[in-house]
Design a binder for this molecule. Structure first.
Ligand code: ZN
Length: 264
């Protein structure tokens, strides 16, 4: 089996002491590609450095995380656009979106930053990795305006109910990113997922957060992705190999990585 971690942050300081070992463990676990959404300006350098060290396996995204949106977001976005302009190595715009869980102070700015970055997706023809927390209606309100555009991507860290799944899946070019939450008892995903076609799913760890069982509460890493796959296969009552193959193809398609398939 082979896997792609569609959302992981091995460039953050939690991995400073053993970053190479973490990547090597992921490769040994047949996680062939790691897609790396950016967070803010401070993470750009370590992110790009890691992608330079592992050019066949680590692929960068560029974007401003919603919880990093502050007063200066317009200037920050300008700098990020100039980075997008000087490289063709990006595989997506991310992570973008809205997060009103802790703080609604920058709600308007978050919505504006999200919309501007959706427009990058069209301009640069790159898929998006969307973070939505306590903000699904707000995300939907922005995205509705882009319904008739070619924007495609992933709603990362999906852990909602059926109603939320239906709302997100009305965007036909989008997948749901499933992570370690699927392995948590009482998370409710086991009841929701069977109503969602496997063709709509991709896998992610969101490392260093949200470790799957049996590592729950510890630092997460991409080599744990097979634990998530195993759980998904059990929920769908299908063979792991079959699920892995469907999800592999879903991932190549949504991130337009088909040309890399032979070299992963
Ligand atoms: Zn993330």
């Amino acid at each position: 089996m082979r896997f792609i971690d569609t959302h992981t942050h091995p460039f953050v300081e939690e991995f400073d002491a053993d970053r190479s070992a973490v990547i090597e463990r992921a490769l040994a676990a047949d996680v062939r590609a790691l897609l790396l959404p950016n967070i803010d300006l401070s993470t750009v350098e370590p992110l790009l450095l890691l992608c330079k060290q592992y050019p066949k396996h680590c692929f960068p995204m560029m974007g401003l995380h919603p919880t990093s949106v502050g007063e200066d977001y317009v200037a920050v976005l300008d700098k990020m656009v100039s980075l997008l302009d000087c490289s063709t190595s990006y595989v997506g715009i991310g992570e973008i979106g809205m997060d009103l869980y802790w703080d609604k102070q920058f709600c308007k700015q978050q919505a504006d930053a999200f919309e501007k970055q959706l427009q990058w997706s069209i301009a640069y023809q790159l898929p998006v990795s969307i973070h939505s927390r306590a903000a699904v209606q707000e995300i939907d309100a922005v995205m509705k305006r882009y319904m008739d555009t070619p924007i495609k991507g992933v709603f990362h860290c999906f852990s909602g109910n059926l109603e939320e799944a239906a709302l997100l899946l009305k965007y036909p070019n989008f997948k749901l990113g499933i992570n370690g939450v699927a392995t948590f008892k009482n998370a409710g995903l086991a009841e929701v997922l069977p109503a969602i076609p496997l063709e709509k799913l991709v896998l992610e760890t969101d490392a260093p957060y949200l470790s799957p069982v049996p590592f729950r509460g510890k630092r997460n890493e991409s080599s744990y992705l097979p634990y998530i796959l195993k759980r998904i296969a059990a929920i769908y009552h299908k063979e792991e190999e079959e699920v892995a193959s469907v999800i592999w193809n879903n991932t190549l398609a949504v991130f337009s990585l088909e040309h890399l398939a032979g070299s992963l």
